[in-house]
Design a protein around this ligand. Sequence first.
Ligand code: NAD
Length: 261
Amino acid sequence: MQLEGKKIIVTGGGSGIAAGCVRGYVREGAQVVFCDVNDEGGKATEAAANAQGAAGKATYFHCDITDKAAVNEFFAKAVEIMGGLDVLANIAGVERNRPATDFEPEDIAFIMNVNFNGTVWTNQAAYKIFKENGVEGAIINYASDTGLTGMENGGVYAASKGAVAAWTRTIAMEWAKESNVRCNCVNPSIKTPMYKYWLETAGPEVVEPYLAKLKAMFPIDGDMGEVDTDLVPVMVFLASEGSRYINGQTICVNGGLVMVR
Ligand SMILES: NC(=O)c1ccc[n+]([C@@H]2O[C@H](COP(=O)([O-])OP(=O)(O)OC[C@H]3O[C@@H](n4cnc5c(N)ncnc54)[C@H](O)[C@@H]3O)[C@@H](O)[C@H]2O)c1
């Protein structure tokens, strides 16, 4: 077991990547407290993670990461249950797709509130606990290759993820200098419900050429990856001591779709 005794908070665990991480962290012996706004998904992940017969344990709470006060309450409950905190994996995110001309203030507020503001509130809450307890913790945020390349019909989502990457690099400087806390972000390309949503909403003018080029775009497998086999092992490494000298990086788990120098 690679994460025996680790205390980990995960956001967005009701679905996709974060649900896979909750299951994977529990398999590796960690205590995990996780949240979502989708209670049905959250409870299903909790049941699946705890049914693996592993040494770790998962506990679900409802928490909307756009609400700073609710985030602080959730983190306090998590610390009470686990007796501390070593790692935050902030994975919750949302997407809305439309041409760049058509975004309204409500779309921008919705996307930025979850993807960017939620990152700030959860990161601040984790760092405060690390600092109070003298823990050299790890923060793993979720950005996206779209923050580097742009995203046709997904301009506000791409901008929100570019903001997450810039924020992560900034706290990687400030918080490592002050407390040896390391902060990195992951750019995944993984088949999840969000990917399905993109296939259904990005528009045939974007999706059809993408699907036609899929094999050529992904050097490994000619396809998007799988959560359990392609991403969870990286998330276990980023939560473990082996990654303590990796800081301020964008880690692309994308089969080589986009290559970052
Ligand atoms: N799947 C990919 O290939 C891909 C690519 C680039 C980036 N990402 C990023 O990876 C992360 C996970 O994506 P996924 O594909 O697993 O998506 P997903 O839609 O399957 O899961 C996202 C989860 O976040 C939860 N969530 C949304 N708003 C929330 C809020 N306010 N508070 C708490 N939870 C909230 C949702 O209910 C959902 O359970 C996201 O940040 C996404 O932007 C994914």
